[in-house]
Design a protein around this ligand. Structure first.
Ligand code: G3H
Ligand code: 13P
Ligand code: ZN
Length: 313
C-alpha cells in the first residue's frame, strides 16, 4: 500500500512548511503501541505536525505487519503525520520501508566514504522519488551510539564546503548535520558546552533552501534522571542539549528535531515510580498506560517549549 492510502504526509511537505514558518517538526521514535499512542496523543492535543520515527532495530522489533497494522488503526489528522525510517543503513532497508508504506526514509551513509555515501544516497532518492517518498541523508558523524550498528567516540562535524555539492548530487530532500549533538543520554561532560552554531551558519549560507535535521537532540530532563534514581535506578552524569540551544538551532533552519532518549527516560521513570508505589500491582496495562501518559506529557512540553510546532495544523 502507498503511504497516501494511510493519510500520511511525506516529510518534504511538512519540512518545507516548517522552514517557511520558522519552527521544527518533531521526530519522535516509537517501538510499540504505547509509544506510538503517546506521540499521536501529544500531536493531537497540541495541533502539531509530527514525524513518527522507526529505527531499523525498532522495525525488526515490531515486525512489518504489526507496525503497519498499528498505523492503519491509528487515529490522526490526514496529511499531518509522516512515517519515517530513522537511520537506514542500506538501500535495501530503505526500499523495504518504502514498499511497506513509509512516507519518508533516512539513508545514513555517514560512516561511509564520501563517494559511497553520495552514490547510495542518490540511489535511495531515485527509488523513493518514484513514489513521492521523501529522503533524508547525513553528512558528518555524531559522537555516541548512532544505533546498534554505528558507534563513534568522536565528533566529525559536517563540512559546510561540501554540503551544496552533496545536496545537488544526491537529490536529497533534507540533510542531517553534525554540529555537536550525539545520540543517547550521555551527551556532554560539561552541561554548558555549546553546539557549533558557526558551522550551522556556514551550512545554511551554502544550502539556504534545504531543510536541516538535528539528530541526538534530546534535552535529558533531569527530573526523569532524579526519579529513576529515586526509585531504584542508577543513571549518573546524563546531560542533554539545553532547550535554549535547540531553539537557537531551529531559528537557523533546523526544521526536524529527533528525540528518542527523552521518551525512553519518561517511560522508564514512570514505570519505576508506579511499581515502587504499587507493590502489589501486576497488571501491565496499568503501568504501561501510566508510562505512556508520561511520554505524552514530555512530548507536549517539547512541542510547546522547544519545537514551536503547536497549532501549525
Ligand atoms: O538514533 C537512534 C535512535 O535512538 C534509535 O535507537 O536503534 O536503539 O532503536 P535504536
Ligand atoms: P536522542 O538520543 O538524543 O534522543 O536522539 C534521537 C535520534 O537522533 C534518533 O534518530
Ligand atoms: Zn539519530
Amino acid at each position: 500500500m502507498h503511504y497516501s492510502d494511510y493519510g500520511l504526509a511525506n516529510t518534504k511537505q511538512l519540512l518545507t512548511r516548517a522552514l517557511r514558518g520558522g519552527y521544527a517538526v518533531p521526530a519522535f521514535n516509537f517501538y510499540n503501541m504505547e509509544t506510538l499512542s503517546a506521540i499521536l496523543n501529544a500531536a493531537q492535543i497540541t495541533h502539531s505536525p509530527i514525524i513518527l520515527a522507526v529505527s531499523e532495530s525498532a522495525l525488526n522489533y515490531m515486525g512489518d505487519d504489526i507496525l503497519m497494522g498499528m498505523i492503519r488503526g491509528a487515529k490522526y489528522k490526514k496529511n499531518t503525520v509522516a512515517l519515517h525510517l530513522d537511520h537506514g543503513h542500506s538501500f535495501e532497508i530503505c526500499k523495504r520501508a518504502i514498499d511497506m508504506g513509509f512516507s519518508s526514509v533516512m539513508f545514513d551513509g555517514s560512516a561511509l566514504k564520501l563517494a559511497e555515501n553520495i552514490k547510495t544516497s542518490r540511489r535511495v532518492a531515485d527509488y523513493a522519488h518514484k513514489f513521492d517518498v521523501s529522503v533524508e541523508t547525513e553528512l558528518g558523524v555524531l559522537a555516541g551510539i548512532e544505533d546498534e550498528n554505528t558507534n563513534s567516540d568522536t565528533h566529525l562535524y559536517t563540512n559546510p564546503d561540501i554540503v551544496h555539492d552533496f545536496v545537488q548530487k544526491t537529490r536529497t530532500d533534507s540533510l542531517a548535520v553534525a554540529i555537536g549533538t550525539s545520540h543517547g543520554a550521555y551527551k556532554r561532560k560539561n552541561p554548558s558546552e555549546s553546539l557549533r552554531f558557526d558551522i550551522l551558519q556556514r551550512i545554511v549560507k551554502n544550502i539556504p533552501n534545504t531543510p536541516l535535521v538535528l539528530h541526538g537532540a534530546s534535552s535529558i530532563p533531569q527530573k526523569y534522571i532524579k526519579n529513576i534514581n529515586k526509585f531504584g535506578g542508577d543513571i549518573q552524569n546524563a546531560y542533554g542539549i539545553p532547550p535554549s540551544q535547540i531553539r537557537r538551532a531551529i531559528s537557523m533552519h533546523i526544521t526536524k528535531v529527533n528525540v528518542d532518549s527523552d521518551s525512553r527516560l519518561a517511560f522508564t521513570s514512570a514505570i519505576r515510580e508506579y511499581l515502587s508505589k504499587h507493590i502489589n500491582a501486576f497488571n501491565p496495562r496499568d503501568y504501561l498506560l501510566f508510562a505512556q501518559n508520561e511520554i505524552t506529557q514530555n512530548c507536549i512540553n517539547e512541542i510547546q517549549n522547544i519545537m514551536g510546532s503547536g497549532y501549525k495544523i
